[in-house]
Structures are given as C-alpha cells and as structure tokens.
Write a protein that binds this ligand. Structure first.
Ligand code: UT7
Length: 330
C-alpha cells in the first residue's frame, strides 16, 4: 500500500536575515556564506512560537486537501526544536486545527523527520481501516537553538513549517530508514542535566562521549557531518530504490534535505543525475531541519514544477545521525 499526498501548506516567519546581517554577531561575510553553502537569506522566527508556525502550515494543508479536520485520525509533528519538553507539539496542533478525533505524537529524527513521519503515517494508514487521513507537520525554529557566537553553524539554519495531509492509495511507495548513532555527538544540543541538589558521582566506567555544552545550544562538527551527508544522501535513494527495482531514470524530481548546495551537488554527481532534477530552496530558506524537505516539496508543487503522476525521491540526513529515503508517486 502507498499513500497519496492530498494537500500541503507551509509557513515561514516574517523576519528574514540576509548573510550580511550575521556581521552583527560573528566575523563573516556574504561571499563566504554564499560560496561555501549556497545560502543567501533565511527566515528566522522573531515572535512566532514553533507550534504557531506548525498550526499555520497545517491549516493551509487541510484547506488545500479540502477535508474536514474531524476526519483526521492522527497528527504527527516532526520537530527537533519543540517549544516544550511536554506537551507534544502534535497535541497543540491537533487542538488548534480542530482534529477532534485524532491521536497525536511528536517524532524526532532531526532533519530526516519528514521522511520518517511519512513512512510512519503510511504504516498507520495501512493497519487502521478506520483512519482516513493523517496530518504530518514539520515545524522547526533552529534559531532558538543557535549559538550566535559560532560562525560555523549559526549562518546555516532557518525557521519554518510545512504540512501534508496524506491518505491511503495504491500508488508507488518505497522507503528505507537508517540511523548511525555512532555519530550522535557530531550534531547535538543538550536538553537536561541532573539537578545539582541530587547529583551523585558517576561510576568510573561510565562514558559520556558528548561534548560539554551549554544547555539548549547547538553543537556541530561541520566537517564530519559534511562527509557523512555526501554519503548518506545518495545511499538514502539507493536503499529505497533497490527495494522496488527503481532506477534514477524513473525519478522526475529529487527533493533532498537542504543543508548545503555543495552537499546536494556532490550527491547529484554520485547518483549521476543532473542538478536540473533537484529541487533547491536553501538559498532562501537555509537549513530548516525536518521542514526543509516538505518546504521544498510544497514550493515545487506551488511553482507547477511537480505534477500529479510524477515520481519523487525524498532523501534526507541529519542529527542522530539519521538518514533515509522515500520514493513515491505524487
Ligand atoms: O542538517 C544539519 C546538517 N549539517 C550540515 O549539513 C553541515 C555540514 N557541513 C557544512 O556544510 C560545512 O562543513 C560548513 C558550511 C559548516 C563549513 O564549511 P567548510 O568548507 O567545511 O569550512 P571549514 O569548517 O573547513 O572552515 C574553513 C574556514 C575556517 O577558517 P580557517 O581555520 O581556515 O582560518 C573557518 O573558521 O572558514 C572559516 N569559517 C568562516 N569564515 C567566514 C567558518 N565559518 C565561517 C563563516 N564566515 N561563517
């Protein structure tokens, strides 16, 4: 069984930061950022909570799909930058959009979140006869995590949300999800520490290989993540493709995670696919983590590039380190 993407919607914050705006925080320049990453500007939430962006995108997706929110059986929010440890973003969105009959949970697979969520949604739809629609919302505010003194990371990210209503269908679908947790410390942000009042000595053999970090601030080993990414993107496609005997020539559009134009170009070269068949939005959105693939997908649809019946390859990688691919017919 496959899925049909019935409708999509997106929301990006009003505030846009251009490369030169970062001169206020770190020693950098437009030329370096453009040539090393391909990013020109990125939206950054000034006042918007992440859940608000998710709700706006979700309402647009519901409207584009033309469905009654009461018929949504499940809300999945993929989010690595939730406003709250609890409740889930999904529950807040479920209430706001009026999905009165839905279950709701968050899924954190970092930048690969939308790929994981689509695959998860398909499995729920397949095994629950009564479930008509699943709402997937990818919403992220990387800006709230950023260390604005680290020029190697703060210039890379942006904020935004994109959502999709999906339903059962017999269209082509293939997926492959992977994780390599040996790289967990290469891209991370610490959330909680033991309270000082009840802290005890760790046993001598306890190993914590994560870097000492300021709570809630993003750490990235850019070079190592770059190496991983250039392997993970083509592999994500190949793993999903070989399950169904699909080749690169069957694919109309590749929609990769938007982190760095050099990563996408290297992946395209490894796959032997022209960049003309890649949707690229990172110049104006930066890296919006799990929102980057659905933002690019929605933009491709809205621009009329992606058409019904075409075959798409959604390929992602991110913290975890996670990676994965989905091939589907739009
Ligand atoms: O979804 C999350 C996934 N994350 C990623 O995909 C990130 C993957 N990594 C990358 O995209 C790249 O590694 C970066 C864009 C983060 C860095 O690019 P790079 O080509 O690997 O640069 P580098 O780290 O080797 O740095 C080269 C030089 C250094 O200066 P020195 O040591 O040669 O004097 C850096 O300090 O560039 C310097 N540099 C900067 N200069 C101006 C680093 N950041 C900046 C900056 N502006 N913003």
């Amino acid at each position: 069984m496959g899925i049909n993407i019935l409708g999509m919607g997106s929301y990006v914050p009003e505030q846009k930061l251009k490369n030169d705006d970062f001169i206020r925080f770190v020693e950098t320049n437009d030329e370096w950022i453009r040539t090393r990453t391909g990013i020109v500007e990125r939206p950054m939430a000034g006042w918007e909570p992440t859940w608000y962006m998710g709700c706006q995108a979700a309402k647009k997706a519901i409207s584009a799909a033309g469905i009654d929110p009461a018929d949504i059986g499940l809300v999945i929010s993929c989010c690595a930058t939730a406003d709250f440890h609890t409740p889930s973003m999904a529950s807040i969105i479920q209430n706001d959009v009026g999905a009165a009959n839905a279950g709701a949970f968050d899924l954190n697979a970092a930048c690969t979140g939308f790929v994981y969520a689509l695959d998860t949604a398909r499995r729920f739809l397949e095994t629950d006869d009564e479930m008509k629609y699943t709402l997937i919302v990818a919403n992220e505010s990387l800006s709230k995590f950023l260390d604005f003194t680290d020029r190697g990371s703060c210039i890379l990210f942006g904020d935004g949300a994109a959502a999709a209503i999906v339903e059962k269908s017999d269209k082509l679908f293939s997926s492959a999800l992977r994780s390599d947790g040996s790289g967990a410390g290469l891209l991370c942000a610490r959330a909680l520490n033991t309270a000082e009042e009840i802290r005890t000595e760790a046993p001598a053999d306890f190993k914590d290989s994560f870097p000492e970090l300021r709570l809630h601030k993003l750490f990235q080993n850019g070079k190592e993540v770059y190496k991983f990414a250039t392997q993970a993107l083509p592999k994500s496609f190949e793993l999903a493709a070989e399950k169904k005997g699909i080749t690169k020539d069957d694919i109309d559009w590749f929609i990769p995670h938007q982190a760095n134009i050099r990563i996408i170009e290297t992946a395209a070269k490894k796959l032997g696919v022209s960049m003309d068949r890649f949707i690229v939005t990172l110049d104006h959105y930066g890296n919006t983590s799990s929102a980057s693939i659905p933002l690019a997908l929605n933009e491709g649809i809205e621009k009329g590039l992606i058409k019904r019946g075409q075959k798409l390859a959604l390929i992602g990688f991110g913290a975890g380190l996670t990676y994965g691919g989905i091939i589907l017919e739009y």
